[in-house]
Design a binder for this molecule. Structure first.
Ligand code: UD2
Ligand code: MN
Length: 498
């Protein structure tokens, strides 16, 4: 079992022992089971790209899609082989899909191209009204397709994702995903799941069967109107192998007038892996950073600074030519990234308004706040300033948070330690008032100042104490934007927030 695990980074032995047409639980909300959809839904072509996928997972993807889709809605399945070298994916695959009740076509990339260009090839060959993308290790559950197609029929600019359930990489057990999470991303431009915020629950008036407007998508599983896919600029063909295309499409869809939604009545399983099973020609980091630079340069305006400053070295990665993508943005008259942050993702890790981004230096010790690569609920550290970004990047935001990516400096009492907790945007223990003249950070609810001093236990570190004018309580913010400038930057004279 352990040997076989290495081939695809999931328990291949378990997968191979499970029927290709196994039954799955119906994990939908009751309100979903009762829904009735129009008879005249648009049909879809499914596009599945793969590089050296395992037989049983690939075939189970195909069988589950065919068995659980109304025949008239599933026009065809396109398999795009991204230059696999496994024998069974050649003649044996061609032969075994020939007899299925839905036409399955296999396209082959001449050389390894990555999932983005492979999907472009597949999409270009589709004939359905809607294109549905799936990874090659998915399982479609009962009723998965109708709600996706119904939403696209209702609004051709809605790009829709199912809830992605978890097929265990270990046991292949099927586990329902949550309708209470949606897609976001952090400063490193990693896709992340976050809880659906209250504002989105309110917008849906508490009805969990209604679509969730999601800031980003995971990327692998979604349906899109075929003509809209063209209109909105398909994918960026300059992206290699893996990564970044999901955020690129998410930003593009929202900024250019579409919407991205999770259809909570549609459930599709996916085998999430902890490691990647295949090679990244060019090097994993290089490839992903190149793709991320392409999307940051085209879509993120000045907010790309968050990505560059927290990922030292990334600015040296060559990202090629993005002029045609910029021209696309121009032609579609897409909105700025600040609009996206304000309207689509106000709970984003990237603050829409901020005073500073970079190191926070203590005047007395000349050392910098440092998150020490620590995780949530640990103390914030301080360390010699290294000027290399990374762990020493903090943003002092208009919400008065001192933020490092998704964590905020948080103090619950006078002389207490300064810990890093998930930013909650509710001020409270996370609100500091910076005084640019004195350099002090007043912790508002304890009316004390951020300082370096002796902590309980005898070590030194950041804490809050009575304000005494000591240089230990004075901090210099990198590139601090003074309030007057700040107001001019973001607001008209009548529009204040402070
Ligand atoms: C997620 C997405 C995936 C894609 C990726 C970011 C889900 C469930 N999955 O990662 O679809 O958006 O994030 O890029 O949302 N493949 C190729 N050629 C390659 C590499 C991969 O054809 O060079 C295929 C691969 O066989 C698979 C698909 O692309 O069918 C996605 O790859 P993955 O499963 O390794 O990606 P995943 O799920 O980690
Ligand atoms: Mn996958």
């Amino acid at each position: 079992m352990k040997e076989l695990f290495k081939i695809n980074q999931f328990n291949l032995m378990a997968s191979d022992m499970i029927a290709l047409n196994r039954s799955l639980p119906d994990v939908r909300l009751d309100g979903c089971k009762a829904k009735v959809y129009p008879d005249d839904l648009p049909n879809t072509s499914i596009v599945i790209v793969f590089h050296n996928e395992a037989w049983s997972t690939l075939l189970r993807t195909i069988h589950s899609a065919i068995n659980r889709s109304p025949r008239h809605l599933l026009l065809e399945i396109l398999l795009v082989d991204d230059a696999s070298d496994r024998d069974f994916l050649k003649d044996k695959l061609e032969h075994s899909v020939r007899t299925l009740e839905v036409p399955v076509r296999i396209l082959r990339m001449e050389k390894r191209s990555g999932l983005i260009r492979a999907r472009l090839r597949g999409a270009a060959a589709t004939r359905g009204q809607v294109i549905t993308f799936l990874d090659a290790h998915c399982e479609c559950t009962m009723g998965w397709l109708e709600p996706l197609l119904a939403r696209v029929k209702e609004d051709r600019r809605a790009v829709v994702c199912p809830i992605i359930d978890v097929v265990s990489d270990d046991t292949f057990e099927y586990m329902a995903g949550s309708d209470m999470t949606y897609g976001g991303f952090n400063w490193k431009l990693n896709f992340r799941w976050y809880p659906v915020p209250q504002r989105e629950m309110d917008r849906r008036k508490g009805d969990r069967t209604l679509p969730v407007r999601t800031p980003t998508m995971a990327g692998g599983l979604f349906s899109i109107d075929r003509s809209y896919f063209e209109e909105i600029g398909t994918y960026d063909p300059g992206m290699d192998i893996w990564g970044g295309e999901n955020l690129e499409m998410s930003f593009r869809v929202w900024q250019c007038g579409g919407s991205l939604e999770i259809i909570t009545c549609s459930h599709v399983g996916h085998v999430f892996r902890k490691a990647t099973p295949y090679s990244f020609p060019g090097g994993t980091g290089q490839v992903i950073n190149k793709n991320n630079r392409r999307l940051a340069e085209v879509w993120m305006d000045d907010f790309k600074d968050f990505f560059y400053i927290i990922s030292p070295g990334v600015a040296r990665v060559n990202y090629g030519d993005v002029s045609s993508r910029k021209a696309l943005r121009e032609a579609l008259q897409c909105r700025p990234f600040s609009w996206y942050l304000e309207n689509i993702y106000p709970d984003s890790q990237i603050p829409r308004r901020y005073f500073s981004l970079g190191e926070i230096r203590n005047v007395e010790t000349n050392q910098c706040l440092d998150n020490m690569g620590r995780k949530e609920n640990e103390k914030v550290g301080f360390f010699n300033c290294h000027g290399m970004g990374g762990n020493q990047v903090f943003s002092y935001t208009a919400d008065k948070e001192i933020r490092t990516d998704d964590l905020c400096l948080d103090v619950s009492r006078l002389n207490g330690p300064v810990v890093m907790l998930k930013c909650h945007l509710m001020k409270g223990n996370q609100a500091f008032e910076y005084d640019a003249e004195k350099g002090t950070f007043l912790h508002i609810i304890t009316q004390s100042c951020l300082t370096i001093s002796r902590l309980e236990g005898g070590t030194y570190g950041p804490t809050v104490e009575y304000c005494d004018g000591s240089p230990l309580q004075s901090w210099v913010l990198h590139n601090y934007t003074r309030l007057e400038v700040f107001k001019k930057l973001y607001y008209s004279s009548t529009d204040y927030f402070l």
